[in-house]
Write a protein that binds this ligand. Structure first.
Ligand SMILES: [Zn+2]
Length: 401
C-alpha cells in the first residue's frame, strides 16, 4: 500500500518536472521571439516594453547578434561580385604587367573556367556542390560534349608563348588536354574523365578514351569494367572522388605540380573557390617567409580563403578577364578546332569485345557526325561517375561516424 503511494507520488513528481521543463522551454522560445522582433526595429521605433525586454535579456541579445554576424559573413562569402568595366580593365592591365615580368608563372584552375563550356561549377550559386548540399539532384547534358573555352585556349597560347610554365587543375573534364596544352605542362590533380589506367603494369599504363570512362565508378570504386590489353589487369578511372585523396602519380602529375609551385614567382588562380586547393600545402610555399612566397593573383567572382594573401583579386568571369589580358599582351586567342583536338591521336580504340562496355557518348572529330547521332534524342541525365555520385556516399559516411 505504502509502495503504491510512493510510486504514484514519484510519477506525479516526474510529470510535474516534465511540465516545468516544457514551460521553461516555451518561455525561452518566447523571449527569443520577443528579442528578435525588438531587434528588427530601429532603436528609435522601439516601444518602451521592447526596450525593457532587450535590457532584461542581454545574453539573448548578444547570442542573436553573434548569430546574425555569422549568417551575414557566410552570405557575403557566397555572393558573386563583379568589378565594373573600368576597374576590370585597370586590374587586368596590372595582371598583364605581372605576367610579362614573371619568370615562372604557374596557373591554377577550377570549375569556373569551364562554366562557359556548360559544365556546372562546384560552389557557385548553381554549382554541383551547392545543389547537392541543398539536397537537389544534379542533372546535366552529357559532359563530353563540352569543348575547351576561351580561357582554356588563352592558357594554351600563353604556354606556347612561354609566359605560363605549368597548369595545375582541379577539373576532371579533360578540357586543358583537349585545348592542346602539352601533357608535361599539366597536372590534373583530381583526374581526367577520359583516362583509365592499369596500375598492374609498371610504369602505370594509360588508356585515353573518347568517352567518359567513369560511368560505373564512384567513391572508392574505381574499376571501369574494362581490362588492360597487355596484362589483363582491371582498368580504373583516375578520378579523385569527393572524400578521397589522390594517390596516382600518373597521370595526375603531382610531382609536376609540386615542382612548378616550388619554382613559381607568380601564381594565377582562375575560377577556383580554392577551398580544396588550399589544403594542398605544397602548392602555396607556406613554409617560406611571406616575402619569399610567389605573388598571388586571383580571378574569381566569389570570396576565396586566399583573398587576403593575394596582391590582386579580380572579380570577373574568366573568359572576360582572359580576353582582356590577351588584348593587353597583344596576343591572338586561338580558336578551338575539334579536328585538331589532341585527344583523337592520344586515344586507344576499344577492343571489338569491349564495344558494349560504355553507353556514354563518344566524341567524334567532326561536328556533323555527333549532331546526326543525337538528333531527336534527349541527352541523358548524368548520375555520376566523376560528377557528384561519390558525394552522397561521402556525406552518409561522414554523418555515420
Ligand atoms: Zn596492365
Amino acid at each position: 500500500m505504502a509502495d503504491d503511494l510512493s510510486r504514484v507520488s514519484l510519477r506525479a513528481e516526474r510529470k510535474a518536472l516534465q511540465k516545468a521543463k516544457i514551460l521553461q522551454r516555451e518561455s525561452d522560445r518566447n523571449i527569443v521571439r520577443l528579442v528578435r522582433s525588438a531587434l528588427k526595429k530601429p532603436e528609435t521605433e522601439r516601444t518602451e516594453a521592447e526596450a525593457a525586454v532587450l535590457l532584461l535579456h542581454r545574453e539573448t541579445v548578444d547570442e542573436l547578434c553573434k548569430r546574425q554576424v555569422r549568417t551575414d559573413e557566410l552570405k557575403r562569402k557566397q555572393e558573386e561580385v563583379f568589378d565594373d568595366a573600368e576597374e576590370l580593365k585597370s586590374k587586368v592591365r596590372e595582371l598583364a604587367v605581372a605576367v610579362k615580368q614573371a619568370s615562372h608563372l604557374v596557373v591554377y584552375t577550377g570549375a569556373g573556367i569551364s562554366t562557359a563550356a556548360s559544365i556546372p561549377d562546384y560552389r557557385g550559386p548553381n554549382g554541383v556542390w551547392t545543389q547537392l548540399q541543398k539536397g537537389r539532384r544534379v542533372c546535366s547534358s552529357d559532359l563530353s560534349k563540352a569543348e575547351p573555352t576561351l580561357t582554356h585556349m588563352c592558357i594554351r597560347m600563353l604556354h606556347k608563348e612561354k609566359l605560363v610554365k605549368h597548369v595545375v587543375s582541379q577539373n576532371c573534364d579533360g578540357l586543358h588536354l583537349r585545348s592542346g596544352l602539352p601533357r608535361q605542362a599539366l597536372s590534373e590533380l583530381h583526374g581526367n574523365m577520359f583516362i583509365e589506367v592499369c596500375t598492374s603494369c609498371a610504369p602505370i599504363r594509360e588508356y585515353v578514351r573518347l568517352f567518359d570512362v567513369t560511368e560505373r565508378t564512384s567513391l572508392h570504386r574505381h574499376g571501369t569494367g574494362r581490362t588492360c590489353s597487355i596484362c589483363g589487369g582491371e582498368l580504373r578511372d583516375t578520378i579523385v572522388h569527393f572524400g578521397e585523396r589522390g594517390t596516382l602519380e600518373k597521370p595526375l602529375n603531382w610531382k609536376g605540380a609540386a615542382e612548378a609551385a616550388g619554382m613559381a614567382d607568380v601564381i594565377l588562380c582562375l575560377g577556383s573557390s580554392l577551398k580544396v586547393l588550399r589544403k594542398y600545402a605544397c602548392l602555396w610555399s607556406m613554409n617560406r617567409p611571406a616575402s619569399k612566397r610567389p605573388k598571388l593573383y586571383i580571378v574569381n567572382l566569389q570570396w576565396t580563403p586566399k583573398d587576403d594573401l593575394a596582391v590582386l583579386k579580380i572579380h570577373g568571369r574568366c573568359d572576360d578577364v582572359m580576353s582582356l589580358l590577351m588584348e593587353e599582351l597583344n596576343l591572338q586567342i586561338p580558336a578551338y578546332d575539334r579536328a585538331k583536338d589532341p585527344i583523337f591521336s592520344l586515344a586507344t580504340p576499344l577492343q571489338p569485345e569491349e564495344e558494349d562496355s560504355s553507353t556514354r557518348e563518344v566524341i567524334a572529330p567532326l561536328h556533323q557526325q555527333d549532331c546526326s547521332s543525337v538528333s531527336g534524342q534527349q541527352s541523358p541525365i548524368v548520375h555520376g561517375g566523376w560528377f557528384g555520385r561519390g558525394y552522397g556516399k561521402g556525406r552518409k559516411k561522414k554523418k555515420a561516424s
